[in-house]
Structures are given as structure tokens and as C-alpha cells.
Unconditional design. Structure first.
Length: 183
């Protein structure tokens, strides 16, 4: 029945016969019939969805000449509503310090972000959006959300809610485990 959960690994071909991960799972099951491919069915699909979404390159962002990571930096500055240091931006966007530095150089060069030195510590920079950066984010966000809505339009609202909830649970677990491993 539609909407009922399917046991992972129970019928990898049944409902999702057309997706590429189902074909991979069938191949592995032919080679290793007793192998539990349940994790592959989930992780493989998450990875494949991520790859396809990245290939689409976020059309509204592309039209504005921005990459997703650049927009994420601008968005972090906009949504927090205050200045951030490069380290704080790295944490907000799940990026490396080096990646943030490179993107900030490009965004400041375009006049979208401005730096202010710290009065007490010259090694620290405080970053904020310029008026042009704020206008760009506010102008792109509705179109970007419409684009993402269209990308998810094959799923109904209840399925989107369920998927968001399940992915949120998985993400919280993974962030907790990975955070503990880094300590």
C-alpha cells in the first residue's frame, strides 16, 4: 500500500525497479545472494540523489553567477543577521577553513561581502553582507526555493514531510557520532 514503510532489504526490486541503485543491488545479490544490501539501498540512494541534484547546478544560483557553496556563505551571513568570523562561517556551512577563505575572496571581490578587522585582535576578521549581497540573497531565495520545490514535486506533501523527518533523524545521529569521533 502507498505510504506504508517497506522493510529495507525486503524487496529491493519491488517498488523501485526503475532506479539505478535497484539495478546495482540486484547485481550484488546475484553475486552474493545472502548479503544484506539494506544499507546500500539507503546510502546509495542518498548519494545518487545528491549527485543528481549537484549536477542540476541550482539554476537560479547559476543565473546569478553563484555556486551552491558561495550561496551557502551568503545565506549564513543573511540568516544569522550579524557579523561572523571565517571560522564561524566554516561551522555554519560545514566547510573547511581553506574553502571559506577562497570563497570569501571571490565574494568580497564581487562586492557582496565586506571584512572588518577586529579592534582587539588584528588576526580576526568580521564579515557581513554588503547591501548588494543582501539584495542578491533576498532576490535569489524565492526563486531557489521554487526550484527546489519543483525538484521535489514528484513527492506529495506527506511524503516530503516524512522524508525530511527521517533524513533529519539520520543527520542528527551521524552528526552525533562523527562529532564524538572527532573529540
Amino acid at each position: 500500500m502507498a505510504g506504508e514503510p517497506v522493510a529495507v532489504g525486503a524487496d529491493p526490486v519491488g517498488q523501485r525497479q526503475g532506479d539505478t541503485v535497484a539495478a546495482v543491488v540486484r547485481q550484488w545479490q546475484a553475486v552474493h545472494p545472502g548479503l544484506d544490501t539494506g544499507p546500500m539501498e539507503i546510502i546509495g540512494r542518498i548519494n545518487r540523489c545528491a549527485a543528481l541534484l549537484q549536477q542540476a547546478e541550482d539554476a537560479p544560483l547559476r543565473r546569478a553567477g553563484l555556486s551552491r557553496p558561495e550561496f551557502d556563505l551568503l545565506g549564513a551571513l543573511r540568516r544569522t543577521g550579524h557579523e561572523l568570523t571565517p571560522g564561524e562561517l566554516a561551522r555554519e556551512t560545514f566547510s573547511s577553513g581553506a574553502a571559506v577563505t577562497k570563497r570569501l575572496k571571490q565574494l568580497t571581490g564581487r562586492g557582496l561581502v565586506e571584512r572588518r578587522g577586529d579592534a582587539r585582535d588584528r588576526r580576526v576578521a568580521h564579515l557581513r553582507l554588503t547591501d548588494a549581497g543582501r539584495e542578491l540573497v533576498d532576490g535569489i531565495l524565492p526563486a531557489q526555493l521554487a526550484y527546489e520545490t519543483a525538484a521535489l514535486s514528484g513527492l506529495g506533501a506527506p511524503e516530503q514531510g516524512e522524508l525530511a523527518s527521517l533524513l533529519g533523524e539520520l543527520l542528527a545521529q551521524l552528526e552525533g557520532r562523527l562529532g564524538a569521533l572527532r573529540s
